[in-house]
Design a protein around this ligand. Structure first.
Ligand code: SAH
Ligand code: SF4
Ligand code: F3S
Length: 455
Protein backbone atom coordinates (compact mmCIF):
# COMPACT_ATOMS: atom_id res chain seq x y z
CA UNK A 1 0.00 0.00 0.00
CA UNK A 2 1.41 3.36 -1.02
CA UNK A 3 -0.41 6.30 0.51
CA UNK A 4 -0.40 9.94 -0.57
CA UNK A 5 -2.53 12.93 0.37
CA UNK A 6 -4.21 13.87 3.61
CA UNK A 7 -4.56 12.02 6.92
CA UNK A 8 -7.93 10.71 5.77
CA UNK A 9 -6.08 8.65 3.21
CA UNK A 10 -3.74 7.35 5.91
CA UNK A 11 -6.77 6.26 7.93
CA UNK A 12 -8.40 4.72 4.84
CA UNK A 13 -5.26 2.73 4.02
CA UNK A 14 -5.46 1.21 7.51
CA UNK A 15 -9.09 0.32 6.95
CA UNK A 16 -8.29 -1.28 3.56
CA UNK A 17 -5.67 -3.40 5.33
CA UNK A 18 -8.34 -4.39 7.90
CA UNK A 19 -10.81 -5.42 5.21
CA UNK A 20 -8.17 -7.47 3.36
CA UNK A 21 -6.70 -9.19 6.42
CA UNK A 22 -9.36 -11.97 6.51
CA UNK A 23 -8.41 -12.80 2.91
CA UNK A 24 -4.86 -13.49 4.02
CA UNK A 25 -3.27 -10.24 2.88
CA UNK A 26 -0.79 -8.49 5.17
CA UNK A 27 1.08 -5.25 4.56
CA UNK A 28 4.57 -5.47 3.07
CA UNK A 29 7.23 -2.82 2.75
CA UNK A 30 8.40 -3.51 -0.79
CA UNK A 31 6.32 -3.72 -3.97
CA UNK A 32 8.66 -6.36 -5.42
CA UNK A 33 7.21 -9.17 -3.32
CA UNK A 34 3.63 -7.89 -3.11
CA UNK A 35 0.76 -9.98 -4.49
CA UNK A 36 -1.32 -6.84 -4.57
CA UNK A 37 -0.27 -3.20 -4.78
CA UNK A 38 -2.70 -0.46 -3.80
CA UNK A 39 -1.95 3.17 -4.55
CA UNK A 40 -4.06 5.39 -2.31
CA UNK A 41 -3.98 8.63 -4.25
CA UNK A 42 -4.56 12.38 -3.91
CA UNK A 43 -6.06 14.69 -6.53
CA UNK A 44 -5.75 18.00 -4.71
CA UNK A 45 -3.06 19.54 -6.93
CA UNK A 46 -1.83 18.72 -10.41
CA UNK A 47 1.55 17.50 -9.11
CA UNK A 48 -0.10 15.04 -6.74
CA UNK A 49 -2.04 13.50 -9.61
CA UNK A 50 0.92 13.30 -11.98
CA UNK A 51 2.92 11.47 -9.30
CA UNK A 52 0.38 8.64 -9.53
CA UNK A 53 0.94 8.09 -13.22
CA UNK A 54 4.72 8.13 -12.92
CA UNK A 55 4.52 5.63 -10.03
CA UNK A 56 2.23 3.42 -12.12
CA UNK A 57 4.90 3.35 -14.84
CA UNK A 58 7.42 2.06 -12.30
CA UNK A 59 5.01 -0.52 -10.86
CA UNK A 60 4.20 -1.82 -14.33
CA UNK A 61 7.81 -3.01 -14.62
CA UNK A 62 7.57 -4.77 -11.28
CA UNK A 63 4.28 -6.38 -12.30
CA UNK A 64 5.83 -7.61 -15.58
CA UNK A 65 8.96 -8.93 -13.89
CA UNK A 66 6.82 -10.83 -11.39
CA UNK A 67 4.65 -12.22 -14.22
CA UNK A 68 7.78 -13.60 -15.89
CA UNK A 69 8.61 -15.37 -12.63
CA UNK A 70 5.08 -16.84 -12.59
CA UNK A 71 3.49 -14.49 -10.00
CA UNK A 72 0.26 -12.58 -10.47
CA UNK A 73 0.20 -8.98 -9.13
CA UNK A 74 -3.08 -7.17 -8.65
CA UNK A 75 -2.57 -3.45 -9.15
CA UNK A 76 -5.25 -1.21 -7.63
CA UNK A 77 -5.67 2.56 -7.72
CA UNK A 78 -7.73 3.88 -4.80
CA UNK A 79 -8.39 7.33 -3.39
CA UNK A 80 -9.23 10.65 -4.94
CA UNK A 81 -7.49 10.22 -8.31
CA UNK A 82 -9.42 6.98 -8.76
CA UNK A 83 -12.65 8.83 -8.02
CA UNK A 84 -11.87 11.78 -10.28
CA UNK A 85 -10.27 9.99 -13.23
CA UNK A 86 -12.12 6.65 -13.17
CA UNK A 87 -11.83 4.90 -16.53
CA UNK A 88 -9.27 7.49 -17.70
CA UNK A 89 -6.74 5.66 -15.49
CA UNK A 90 -7.28 2.46 -17.49
CA UNK A 91 -6.91 4.38 -20.74
CA UNK A 92 -3.52 5.69 -19.59
CA UNK A 93 -2.46 2.58 -17.66
CA UNK A 94 -4.29 -0.50 -19.04
CA UNK A 95 -2.27 -2.82 -16.78
CA UNK A 96 -4.22 -1.55 -13.73
CA UNK A 97 -6.65 -4.20 -12.38
CA UNK A 98 -8.88 -2.25 -9.97
CA UNK A 99 -9.93 1.40 -9.77
CA UNK A 100 -11.87 2.15 -6.58
CA UNK A 101 -13.20 5.40 -5.14
CA UNK A 102 -12.94 6.32 -1.43
CA UNK A 103 -16.54 5.38 -0.65
CA UNK A 104 -16.18 1.78 -1.91
CA UNK A 105 -13.42 0.31 0.28
CA UNK A 106 -15.80 -2.08 2.05
CA UNK A 107 -16.33 -3.75 -1.36
CA UNK A 108 -12.61 -4.38 -1.88
CA UNK A 109 -12.69 -8.16 -1.15
CA UNK A 110 -15.36 -8.64 -3.81
CA UNK A 111 -13.38 -6.52 -6.28
CA UNK A 112 -10.23 -8.55 -5.59
CA UNK A 113 -12.17 -11.75 -6.23
CA UNK A 114 -13.55 -10.35 -9.49
CA UNK A 115 -10.12 -9.08 -10.59
CA UNK A 116 -8.57 -12.49 -9.87
CA UNK A 117 -11.17 -14.23 -12.05
CA UNK A 118 -11.69 -11.76 -14.86
CA UNK A 119 -9.36 -10.68 -17.60
CA UNK A 120 -10.70 -7.11 -17.66
CA UNK A 121 -10.34 -4.43 -14.97
CA UNK A 122 -12.85 -3.66 -12.21
CA UNK A 123 -14.00 -0.05 -11.73
CA UNK A 124 -16.01 1.05 -8.67
CA UNK A 125 -16.37 4.81 -8.38
CA UNK A 126 -20.08 5.14 -7.51
CA UNK A 127 -21.08 6.74 -4.25
CA UNK A 128 -22.85 3.59 -2.98
CA UNK A 129 -26.13 3.91 -1.11
CA UNK A 130 -24.81 1.83 1.77
CA UNK A 131 -22.34 3.54 4.12
CA UNK A 132 -18.86 2.04 3.92
CA UNK A 133 -18.42 2.51 7.67
CA UNK A 134 -21.38 0.20 8.32
CA UNK A 135 -19.68 -2.48 6.24
CA UNK A 136 -16.03 -2.20 7.21
CA UNK A 137 -14.91 -4.78 9.80
CA UNK A 138 -15.20 -3.81 13.47
CA UNK A 139 -11.81 -5.26 14.25
CA UNK A 140 -8.90 -3.11 13.25
CA UNK A 141 -5.14 -3.46 13.58
CA UNK A 142 -3.81 -1.40 16.53
CA UNK A 143 -2.61 2.02 15.43
CA UNK A 144 -0.31 2.62 18.38
CA UNK A 145 -0.06 5.44 20.90
CA UNK A 146 -1.47 8.02 18.52
CA UNK A 147 -4.33 7.18 16.20
CA UNK A 148 -6.55 8.66 13.52
CA UNK A 149 -10.32 8.24 13.62
CA UNK A 150 -12.40 9.44 10.68
CA UNK A 151 -15.72 10.85 11.90
CA UNK A 152 -16.83 12.89 8.91
CA UNK A 153 -16.34 12.70 5.18
CA UNK A 154 -17.04 14.79 2.15
CA UNK A 155 -17.73 18.46 1.72
CA UNK A 156 -20.63 20.65 0.61
CA UNK A 157 -18.73 23.93 0.59
CA UNK A 158 -17.43 24.03 -2.99
CA UNK A 159 -14.53 26.43 -2.60
CA UNK A 160 -13.65 27.69 -6.06
CA UNK A 161 -10.31 25.86 -6.23
CA UNK A 162 -11.04 22.52 -4.58
CA UNK A 163 -11.77 19.01 -5.89
CA UNK A 164 -12.75 17.48 -2.55
CA UNK A 165 -16.55 17.86 -2.97
CA UNK A 166 -16.18 15.93 -6.24
CA UNK A 167 -13.76 13.25 -5.05
CA UNK A 168 -15.22 12.59 -1.60
CA UNK A 169 -18.85 13.45 -2.26
CA UNK A 170 -21.40 15.15 -0.05
CA UNK A 171 -20.85 15.81 3.64
CA UNK A 172 -21.70 12.89 5.91
CA UNK A 173 -21.08 12.17 9.58
CA UNK A 174 -20.67 8.89 11.43
CA UNK A 175 -23.07 8.39 14.36
CA UNK A 176 -21.82 9.27 17.84
CA UNK A 177 -22.11 5.67 19.09
CA UNK A 178 -19.90 4.37 16.24
CA UNK A 179 -17.26 7.00 16.95
CA UNK A 180 -17.26 6.34 20.69
CA UNK A 181 -17.04 2.59 20.27
CA UNK A 182 -14.10 2.93 17.85
CA UNK A 183 -12.40 5.32 20.29
CA UNK A 184 -12.89 2.85 23.17
CA UNK A 185 -11.41 0.08 21.05
CA UNK A 186 -8.37 2.20 20.13
CA UNK A 187 -7.76 3.11 23.77
CA UNK A 188 -8.09 -0.57 24.78
CA UNK A 189 -5.37 -1.28 22.16
CA UNK A 190 -3.04 1.26 23.79
CA UNK A 191 -3.87 4.54 22.06
CA UNK A 192 -3.48 7.66 24.24
CA UNK A 193 -4.04 10.35 21.63
CA UNK A 194 -6.78 10.39 19.00
CA UNK A 195 -7.01 12.80 16.08
CA UNK A 196 -10.55 12.99 14.76
CA UNK A 197 -10.56 13.39 11.02
CA UNK A 198 -12.87 14.93 8.48
CA UNK A 199 -12.58 17.13 5.40
CA UNK A 200 -14.69 19.52 7.48
CA UNK A 201 -14.37 17.85 10.83
CA UNK A 202 -16.11 20.60 12.81
CA UNK A 203 -19.16 20.31 10.57
CA UNK A 204 -19.65 16.86 12.14
CA UNK A 205 -23.31 16.38 13.04
CA UNK A 206 -23.53 12.64 13.71
CA UNK A 207 -26.69 11.31 15.31
CA UNK A 208 -26.62 10.96 19.09
CA UNK A 209 -28.29 8.23 21.19
CA UNK A 210 -31.71 9.87 20.77
CA UNK A 211 -31.39 10.05 16.98
CA UNK A 212 -30.78 13.82 16.89
CA UNK A 213 -27.81 15.48 15.15
CA UNK A 214 -25.06 16.23 17.67
CA UNK A 215 -22.09 18.63 17.49
CA UNK A 216 -18.33 18.25 17.64
CA UNK A 217 -18.24 20.12 20.97
CA UNK A 218 -20.50 17.48 22.52
CA UNK A 219 -18.56 14.64 20.91
CA UNK A 220 -15.27 16.05 22.22
CA UNK A 221 -16.70 16.23 25.74
CA UNK A 222 -17.90 12.62 25.51
CA UNK A 223 -14.49 11.47 24.27
CA UNK A 224 -12.77 13.38 27.07
CA UNK A 225 -14.59 11.10 29.54
CA UNK A 226 -12.84 7.99 28.18
CA UNK A 227 -10.38 6.76 30.78
CA UNK A 228 -6.87 6.57 29.30
CA UNK A 229 -7.55 8.91 26.39
CA UNK A 230 -5.32 11.82 27.32
CA UNK A 231 -5.16 13.86 24.16
CA UNK A 232 -7.84 14.72 21.63
CA UNK A 233 -7.23 16.61 18.41
CA UNK A 234 -9.37 17.20 15.34
CA UNK A 235 -8.58 18.26 11.80
CA UNK A 236 -9.37 19.91 9.38
CA UNK A 237 -11.69 22.61 10.65
CA UNK A 238 -13.49 25.20 8.58
CA UNK A 239 -13.69 28.69 10.15
CA UNK A 240 -17.43 28.86 9.46
CA UNK A 241 -18.16 25.75 11.51
CA UNK A 242 -16.38 26.77 14.74
CA UNK A 243 -19.34 27.18 17.11
CA UNK A 244 -19.49 28.62 20.64
CA UNK A 245 -19.85 25.24 22.31
CA UNK A 246 -16.75 23.83 20.60
CA UNK A 247 -14.78 26.92 21.62
CA UNK A 248 -16.09 26.54 25.19
CA UNK A 249 -15.04 22.88 25.20
CA UNK A 250 -11.46 24.08 24.63
CA UNK A 251 -11.71 26.11 27.83
CA UNK A 252 -13.20 23.25 29.86
CA UNK A 253 -11.59 20.04 28.62
CA UNK A 254 -7.84 19.76 29.26
CA UNK A 255 -7.73 16.71 26.96
CA UNK A 256 -8.61 18.93 23.98
CA UNK A 257 -5.17 20.00 22.82
CA UNK A 258 -4.45 23.73 22.47
CA UNK A 259 -3.54 23.49 18.81
CA UNK A 260 -5.88 23.97 15.90
CA UNK A 261 -5.38 23.64 12.16
CA UNK A 262 -7.78 26.26 10.88
CA UNK A 263 -7.17 27.04 7.21
CA UNK A 264 -7.86 30.62 6.14
CA UNK A 265 -6.40 30.34 2.58
CA UNK A 266 -6.10 34.12 2.04
CA UNK A 267 -6.18 37.39 3.99
CA UNK A 268 -7.89 39.36 1.22
CA UNK A 269 -11.66 39.71 1.42
CA UNK A 270 -11.85 40.06 -2.36
CA UNK A 271 -10.04 36.73 -2.85
CA UNK A 272 -11.89 35.02 0.01
CA UNK A 273 -15.14 35.96 -1.78
CA UNK A 274 -13.77 34.72 -5.13
CA UNK A 275 -12.78 31.49 -3.36
CA UNK A 276 -16.34 31.11 -2.05
CA UNK A 277 -14.97 30.70 1.49
CA UNK A 278 -17.95 32.55 2.95
CA UNK A 279 -15.93 34.29 5.66
CA UNK A 280 -13.90 37.49 5.72
CA UNK A 281 -10.45 38.16 7.13
CA UNK A 282 -12.13 40.02 10.01
CA UNK A 283 -14.39 37.02 10.75
CA UNK A 284 -11.26 34.90 10.98
CA UNK A 285 -9.45 37.33 13.29
CA UNK A 286 -12.50 37.52 15.57
CA UNK A 287 -12.60 33.74 15.69
CA UNK A 288 -8.92 33.58 16.64
CA UNK A 289 -9.59 36.07 19.46
CA UNK A 290 -12.46 33.96 20.77
CA UNK A 291 -10.32 30.81 20.67
CA UNK A 292 -7.49 32.53 22.53
CA UNK A 293 -9.90 33.97 25.07
CA UNK A 294 -11.09 30.40 25.78
CA UNK A 295 -7.62 28.89 25.75
CA UNK A 296 -4.83 31.48 26.04
CA UNK A 297 -2.13 29.03 24.94
CA UNK A 298 -4.03 28.11 21.75
CA UNK A 299 -1.65 27.78 18.80
CA UNK A 300 -2.90 27.97 15.24
CA UNK A 301 -1.79 26.62 11.91
CA UNK A 302 -3.35 27.18 8.52
CA UNK A 303 -3.34 26.45 4.82
CA UNK A 304 -2.64 29.21 2.31
CA UNK A 305 -3.02 29.39 -1.44
CA UNK A 306 -1.06 32.01 -3.38
CA UNK A 307 -1.93 33.02 -6.93
CA UNK A 308 -5.64 32.22 -6.94
CA UNK A 309 -7.10 33.72 -10.14
CA UNK A 310 -7.42 37.48 -9.75
CA UNK A 311 -4.99 37.78 -6.80
CA UNK A 312 -3.29 41.20 -7.02
CA UNK A 313 -0.18 42.34 -5.19
CA UNK A 314 -2.46 44.20 -2.73
CA UNK A 315 -4.45 41.00 -2.07
CA UNK A 316 -1.22 39.15 -1.41
CA UNK A 317 -0.08 41.88 0.99
CA UNK A 318 -3.41 41.46 2.85
CA UNK A 319 -2.52 37.80 3.34
CA UNK A 320 0.89 38.71 4.78
CA UNK A 321 -0.81 41.23 7.09
CA UNK A 322 -3.23 38.59 8.36
CA UNK A 323 -0.32 36.21 8.99
CA UNK A 324 1.53 38.91 10.98
CA UNK A 325 -1.63 39.68 12.98
CA UNK A 326 -2.40 36.06 13.92
CA UNK A 327 1.10 34.63 14.34
CA UNK A 328 0.90 31.02 13.12
CA UNK A 329 2.93 28.19 14.59
CA UNK A 330 3.00 26.28 11.33
CA UNK A 331 1.28 26.20 7.98
CA UNK A 332 0.96 24.50 4.65
CA UNK A 333 1.14 26.83 1.69
CA UNK A 334 0.62 26.11 -1.96
CA UNK A 335 0.69 27.70 -5.38
CA UNK A 336 -2.78 27.71 -6.84
CA UNK A 337 -3.15 24.70 -9.14
CA UNK A 338 -6.11 24.73 -11.55
CA UNK A 339 -8.17 21.56 -11.11
CA UNK A 340 -10.50 20.15 -13.75
CA UNK A 341 -14.18 20.76 -13.04
CA UNK A 342 -13.66 23.43 -10.36
CA UNK A 343 -14.99 26.98 -10.67
CA UNK A 344 -11.64 28.78 -10.56
CA UNK A 345 -10.00 26.59 -13.20
CA UNK A 346 -11.82 28.41 -15.98
CA UNK A 347 -11.50 31.91 -14.47
CA UNK A 348 -10.00 34.44 -16.88
CA UNK A 349 -7.35 36.15 -14.75
CA UNK A 350 -4.94 33.30 -13.98
CA UNK A 351 -1.66 34.28 -12.31
CA UNK A 352 1.65 33.45 -13.98
CA UNK A 353 3.99 30.87 -12.42
CA UNK A 354 6.81 33.34 -11.66
CA UNK A 355 4.48 35.53 -9.61
CA UNK A 356 3.14 32.48 -7.78
CA UNK A 357 6.71 31.33 -7.07
CA UNK A 358 7.75 34.72 -5.70
CA UNK A 359 4.66 35.07 -3.51
CA UNK A 360 5.01 31.54 -2.18
CA UNK A 361 8.64 32.14 -1.19
CA UNK A 362 7.83 35.39 0.56
CA UNK A 363 4.89 33.87 2.41
CA UNK A 364 6.84 30.76 3.42
CA UNK A 365 9.73 32.80 4.72
CA UNK A 366 7.37 34.75 7.01
CA UNK A 367 5.70 31.53 8.18
CA UNK A 368 9.08 29.89 8.83
CA UNK A 369 10.10 32.85 11.00
CA UNK A 370 6.86 32.57 12.96
CA UNK A 371 7.33 28.83 13.48
CA UNK A 372 10.92 29.36 14.64
CA UNK A 373 9.80 32.13 17.03
CA UNK A 374 7.10 29.89 18.48
CA UNK A 375 9.58 27.06 19.04
CA UNK A 376 12.06 29.51 20.56
CA UNK A 377 9.36 30.75 22.96
CA UNK A 378 9.26 27.30 24.59
CA UNK A 379 12.95 27.34 25.57
CA UNK A 380 13.23 27.40 29.35
CA UNK A 381 9.65 26.22 29.79
CA UNK A 382 8.51 22.85 31.07
CA UNK A 383 5.97 21.24 28.76
CA UNK A 384 4.19 17.89 28.71
CA UNK A 385 5.43 15.46 26.07
CA UNK A 386 3.74 12.24 25.01
CA UNK A 387 6.67 9.95 24.23
CA UNK A 388 5.95 7.74 21.24
CA UNK A 389 9.23 6.44 19.77
CA UNK A 390 12.96 5.90 20.26
CA UNK A 391 15.01 8.96 19.26
CA UNK A 392 17.37 9.19 16.33
CA UNK A 393 20.37 8.77 18.60
CA UNK A 394 20.97 5.97 21.10
CA UNK A 395 19.56 6.66 24.54
CA UNK A 396 17.07 9.21 23.20
CA UNK A 397 13.30 9.14 23.11
CA UNK A 398 10.96 11.28 21.05
CA UNK A 399 7.45 12.59 21.31
CA UNK A 400 5.24 15.63 20.86
CA UNK A 401 4.16 18.63 22.88
CA UNK A 402 0.48 19.65 23.15
CA UNK A 403 1.23 21.96 20.19
CA UNK A 404 2.46 19.02 18.08
CA UNK A 405 6.11 20.10 18.20
CA UNK A 406 8.48 17.12 17.93
CA UNK A 407 10.73 16.82 21.02
CA UNK A 408 13.80 14.66 21.72
CA UNK A 409 15.30 14.05 25.13
CA UNK A 410 17.85 11.65 26.62
CA UNK A 411 15.76 9.08 28.44
CA UNK A 412 14.95 5.40 28.85
CA UNK A 413 12.75 3.56 26.33
CA UNK A 414 10.54 2.55 29.26
CA UNK A 415 9.02 6.05 29.15
CA UNK A 416 7.58 5.47 25.67
CA UNK A 417 3.81 5.59 26.07
CA UNK A 418 3.94 8.07 28.93
CA UNK A 419 3.29 11.79 29.17
CA UNK A 420 6.14 13.45 31.05
CA UNK A 421 7.10 17.05 31.75
CA UNK A 422 10.17 18.09 29.77
CA UNK A 423 12.33 21.12 30.31
CA UNK A 424 12.98 22.58 26.86
CA UNK A 425 16.63 23.51 26.39
CA UNK A 426 16.99 24.10 22.65
CA UNK A 427 14.78 24.99 19.72
CA UNK A 428 15.60 23.99 16.18
CA UNK A 429 13.54 25.45 13.30
CA UNK A 430 11.05 22.56 13.35
CA UNK A 431 11.69 20.68 16.59
CA UNK A 432 12.71 20.95 20.25
CA UNK A 433 15.12 19.18 22.54
CA UNK A 434 15.34 19.14 26.28
CA UNK A 435 15.66 17.04 29.39
CA UNK A 436 13.45 15.23 31.83
CA UNK A 437 13.47 17.41 34.97
CA UNK A 438 14.68 14.68 37.29
CA UNK A 439 17.44 13.56 34.92
CA UNK A 440 21.10 14.33 35.69
CA UNK A 441 21.32 16.01 32.25
CA UNK A 442 18.97 18.70 33.50
CA UNK A 443 20.99 21.86 34.24
CA UNK A 444 18.83 22.89 37.21
CA UNK A 445 18.87 19.41 38.77
CA UNK A 446 22.64 19.36 38.23
CA UNK A 447 23.05 22.75 39.98
CA UNK A 448 20.92 21.54 42.87
CA UNK A 449 23.10 18.46 43.27
CA UNK A 450 26.16 20.66 43.22
CA UNK A 451 24.69 22.94 45.88
CA UNK A 452 23.88 19.96 48.06
CA UNK A 453 27.41 18.66 47.58
CA UNK A 454 28.87 22.06 48.54
CA UNK A 455 26.59 22.31 51.58
N1 SAH B 1 -11.10 21.06 4.06
C1 SAH B 1 -9.96 21.84 4.25
C2 SAH B 1 -8.87 21.63 3.22
C3 SAH B 1 -8.79 20.45 2.33
S1 SAH B 1 -7.63 20.49 1.03
C4 SAH B 1 -10.36 23.30 4.28
O1 SAH B 1 -11.46 23.66 3.96
O2 SAH B 1 -9.54 24.12 4.59
C5 SAH B 1 -6.11 20.91 1.80
C6 SAH B 1 -5.52 22.19 1.32
O3 SAH B 1 -5.06 22.08 -0.01
C7 SAH B 1 -6.49 23.36 1.26
O4 SAH B 1 -6.67 23.95 2.51
C8 SAH B 1 -5.84 24.29 0.28
O5 SAH B 1 -4.96 25.19 0.92
C9 SAH B 1 -5.03 23.35 -0.60
N2 SAH B 1 -5.63 23.27 -1.94
C10 SAH B 1 -6.82 22.75 -2.27
N3 SAH B 1 -7.05 22.87 -3.59
C11 SAH B 1 -5.96 23.49 -4.10
C12 SAH B 1 -5.60 23.91 -5.41
N4 SAH B 1 -6.41 23.74 -6.44
N5 SAH B 1 -4.40 24.53 -5.58
C13 SAH B 1 -3.57 24.72 -4.52
N6 SAH B 1 -3.86 24.35 -3.26
C14 SAH B 1 -5.05 23.74 -3.05
FE1 SF4 C 1 -12.20 21.95 -0.26
FE2 SF4 C 1 -13.34 24.16 0.64
FE3 SF4 C 1 -14.43 21.81 1.16
FE4 SF4 C 1 -12.14 22.50 2.33
S1 SF4 C 1 -14.13 23.51 2.60
S2 SF4 C 1 -12.62 20.54 1.41
S3 SF4 C 1 -11.12 23.66 0.73
S4 SF4 C 1 -14.25 22.73 -0.84
FE1 F3S D 1 -6.07 14.62 -1.46
FE2 F3S D 1 -8.40 13.46 -1.44
FE3 F3S D 1 -7.27 14.13 0.85
S1 F3S D 1 -7.73 14.95 -2.89
S2 F3S D 1 -6.10 15.93 0.27
S3 F3S D 1 -6.51 12.65 -0.59
S4 F3S D 1 -9.41 14.23 0.35
Amino acid sequence: MITWGCQMNVYDSGRMADVLAPLGYAPTGTPDDADMIILNTCHIRDKATEKVFSELGRLRQIKEARAEAGHRTILAVAGCVAQAEGAEILARAPYVDIVLGPQTYHRLPEMVARASRAAGAVIETDFPVEDKFDHLPEASAPQGLTAFLTIQEGCDKFCSFCVVPYTRGAESSRPEAAVLSEAHRLVAQGTREITLLGQNVNAWHGLDGTGKPSTLGRLARALARIEGLDRIRYTTSHPRDMDDDLIAAHAEEPALMPFLHLPVQSGSNRILAAMNRRHTAEDYLRLVDRLRAARPDMALSSDFIVGHPGETEADFQDTLTLIRTVGFTGAFSFKYSPRPGTAAAGAPNQIDEDTKDRRLQELQSLLRDQQAAFNESKVGQTVDVLFTHPGRRDGQIGGRTPWLQPVHVPGPQSLIGQIMPVRIAHAQPASLSGTLPESPDDPIAATLELEIAVA
